[in-house]
Design a binder for this molecule. Structure first.
Ligand code: HEM
Length: 429
């Protein structure tokens, strides 16, 4: 993951990303607990208060938590541009995101407008701090690769998601009607197909060929996909907002979903062609993730062209995209990012030869256990989206178990790092 000429001083201290990574599984655990507490009622319809609370414990408490922490590290390490005041930005964004994600979930679950108002202020603050710092770093990038393009468009999509989310929070917290109720469609679409999908794609272009030794992504796809997704999302948003051209919204949704199916299938095919034949947990998580993205997109096509199809399919799309797609890829990436960062910072103390091999940070079997439990959680959640009673309890238990296994694994890796650091002769890491 190291770029030629990268200096350790460009990377923020290791505590910066680790703080985000260790908090994330705890929010997943909270989501599982809330799912168990609210039972089948959470899956009664698409946007029940419990479903909205669980959704944001995962999207903000888990996904945003890891993606924000990782971006503060990826930008200097993978792209070679330091984030200004990384330590202060990380401290503020982390604290505000923890309070904001918890308050928004409480606002939904307990029907408390005051909690929603607190969430709007804290989440607005968290994302404002993060977006200003990252946008500044991105303007200073020297080489505008496909990864940088993906990350720039992902950051823009995140800004749009946040603005739309705050408009919706103003409705829940202060009773202010949004300019259009199409925002209820636009906000999740920009969050999932915009921000999350584009960031995953931007990172995939670098890490899939590097970790699994696959051929590179075809250049037209690597550069064309982020631009096409962004333009299609903008056009689809305009069509959904105005809603006066019959069939246009559905056509654009199908094109957008088709783009994601192409990206996911390309990734799976590249992984089949990999030269590194030894399977690992990261590969398995990417495979679960890409299969889920392709399935979510296919179901979205069905919903777009057949509005009379059961509403439960919307829940299925959400589960596949959020837990099957985003949570899987993020979990897989953490098992590469955490050992890499540990090694990267340790070698400053002991030199590249003295730092332990990355595989030493966490064995394969705890990671494989996580893959298996997570796969059960994804399957159970998909089944519960269609048949909530009694499967929602199985799904909640599996999701909770997956969160606990991940938390334990990350703590083990962090402890190994601390033990190695204590043994190191100097403490520059
Ligand atoms: C500042 C941050 C955010 C705020 C304040 C916020 C707020 C909201 C609100 C108030 C709703 C309820 C809309 C309604 O009444 O129907 C909602 C729905 C939703 N949001 Fe967020 N959100 C934020 C970030 C995100 C992010 C980052 C994602 C995804 C990556 C996301 C995904 C969703 C989803 C999937 C729904 C459910 C839509 C539905 O099925 O009806 N949100 N959000």
């Amino acid at each position: 993951m190291q770029q030629p000429g990268l200096k350790l001083e460009q990377a923020p201290p290791i505590a910066v990303p680790f703080r985000f990574f260790l908090t994330a599984p705890l929010f997943l655990l909270a989501a599982a607990a809330l799912l168990a507490w609210s039972g089948a009622a959470s899956f009664d319809a698409r946007a029940t208060p419990a479903a909205l609370a669980v959704t944001h414990l995962v999207t903000l408490g888990y996904m945003a938590m890891v993606m924000l922490g990782a971006m503060l590290q990826i930008l200097p390490v993978l792209v070679g541009t330091p984030v200004p005041a990384a330590r202060a930005v990380a401290g503020a964004a982390h604290a505000l995101l923890v309070v904001g994600a918890a308050s928004l979930a409480a606002g939904f679950a307990l029907g408390q407008p005051l909690a929603t108002r607190a969430a709007a202020w804290t989440l607005g603050g968290a994302f404002a701090v993060f977006l200003v710092a990252v946008a500044t770093a991105l303007t200073r990038v020297a080489v505008r690769s496909a990864t940088v393009l993906g990350m720039t468009l992902a950051t823009a999509a995140l800004a749009i998601t946040v603005v739309l989310g705050l408009e919706l929070a103003a409705m829940h917290g202060w009773g202010i009607a949004p300019p259009s109720f199409a925002l209820r469609e636009l906000h999740p679409a920009w969050g999932l197909a915009g921000w999350t999908g584009l960031l995953v794609a931007g990172v995939a272009y670098q890490v899939v060929p590097m970790f699994q030794m696959t051929p590179p992504y075809p250049p037209p796809l690597a550069r064309g996909f982020p631009v096409a997704v962004f333009v299609l999302l903008a056009a689809w948003s305009a069509a959904a907002w105005h809603g006066d051209v019959p069939g246009l919204e559905a056509t654009l949704a199908v094109l957008l979903a088709g783009g994601y199916i192409t990206f996911a299938v390309t990734t799976l095919v590249l992984q089949i062609q990999r030269r590194r034949r030894i399977p690992d947990a990261t590969l398995a998580f990417w495979q679960i993730g890409m299969a889920s993205v392709a399935l979510a997109s296919a179901v979205w096509c069905v919903r777009a062209v057949r509005p009379e199809a059961p509403e439960a399919l919307d829940l299925l799309i959400g589960v596949l995209a959020i837990v099957g797609g985003a949570v899987s890829v993020i979990a897989g990436m953490l098992y590469k990012i955490v050992p890499f960062l540990g090694w990267f910072h340790l070698q400053a103390s002991v030199g590249p030869k003295g730092a332990p091999h990355m595989k030493k940070f966490l064995g394969d079997s705890p990671q494989q256990l996580h893959v298996r439990v997570h796969l059960v959680a994804v399957a159970a959640l998909c089944a519960a989206a269609l048949w909530p009673q009694p499967l929602v309890y199985v799904a909640a238990a599996a999701l909770g178990a997956s969160a606990l296994v991940q938390f334990r694994n990350l703590v083990l890796a962090a402890r190994f790092y601390r033990a190695e650091l204590a043994r190191a002769p100097a403490t520059g890491a």
